[in-house]
Write a protein that binds this ligand. Structure first.
Ligand code: APR
Length: 259
């Protein structure tokens, strides 16, 4: 691992354009369960019953009870060292983009710049009947929710979580921003099983465009054999370690310290 951390630090030290893709694993150390890991959400709940437009159509109350439960858990969580390292990197490179699949808002809470919320946000609500008054939705951070199901403040109809459900398209603005970010020098993939498309093809796209790609994950994933370097470890340990190696290398090279 020592050598890989050094290799990653050297690549990042020389990089101008950096893109980071994150998944549920970066929030694991903040106490938020992943989806497919050991105590993952999809082990105890059926995605098709809770995270699809059809499930919401069928039973909006159960869907909202589940999202309310998740919102309350997330409201009690704080960013961890992985979020904090990514936040400091977001202010350190000429061009930086964080494409996150996470809807928990912890990257935002850590002060990260250049975020693409690829799967939306659990803190955004939208009108389920698209009454059109607020197409982007509205922010609601109350946990627990005052009312289940919550209502659209404009038409009084049902509100829905502002997340991207299975079978739904990624918002065009997010998709375009993520694909622009595939033009980078280094692409870091942290805390994702790299199973859910189209997010899972971002690192391949970056690599095809000449980027050096790094995966950080304690387990092997679909991406492990496709990246230039895979570090088997937890993001909250490995990312700060890479950051320390970047800084110690800088001291040697006389380049300005990263902020
Ligand atoms: N540090 C880094 N990686 C970790 C850590 C950690 N501390 N703990 C777990 N992981 C890894 C797991 O090994 C796993 O590969 O994080 C990954 C989490 O994978 P998933 O649970 O599949 O989550 P994710 O990849 O974000 O899921 C993608 O699927 O369910 C949908 O919309 C949801 O955005 C989500 C998408």
């Amino acid at each position: 691992m020592e050598r890989s951390v050094e290799a990653a630090a050297a690549r990042l030290r020389a990089a101008r354009r950096v893109t980071v893709l994150t998944g549920a694993g970066v929030s694991a150390a903040s106490g938020i369960p992943t989806f497919r890991g050991e105590a993952g959400l999809w082990r105890s709940f059926r995605a098709e019953d809770l995270a699809t437009p059809e499930a919401f159509e069928r039973d909006p109350i159960t869907v909202w009870e589940w999202y309310d439960w998740r919102r309350r858990a997330i409201a009690a969580a704080r960013p961890n060292a992985a979020h904090e390292t990514i936040a400091s990197w977001s202010r350190s490179f000429d061009e930086f983009t964080l494409v996150t699949q996470n809807v928990d808002g912890l990257h935002e809470l850590a002060g990260t710049a250049g975020i693409v919320r690829f799967h939306g946000s659990i803190w955004t609500l939208r009108c389920a009947s698209s009454c059109g008054a607020r197409p982007e939705g509205w922010e609601d951070r109350t946990a627990p929710l005052a009312e289940i199901p919550p209502r659209c403040p404009d038409c009084g109809g049902l509100a829905r979580p502002g997340v991207v459900w299975f079978g739904e398209a990624i918002p065009v603005t997010a998709l375009e921003a993520a694909w622009r970010a595939a033009d980078c020098d280094v692409c870091v993939v942290a805390g994702t099983s790299s199973l859910v498309m189209p997010a899972a093809s971002l690192a391949d796209a970056a690599r095809d465009r000449g980027a050096w790609t790094l995966e950080v994950n304690p387990e092997a994933t679909r991406a492990t054999s496709r990246v230039d370097c895979a570090i088997a470890g937890r993001a909250e340990d490995v990312l700060p370690e890479i950051d320390r190696a970047i800084r110690s290398g800088q001291r040697g090279s006389g380049r300005s310290e990263r902020q």
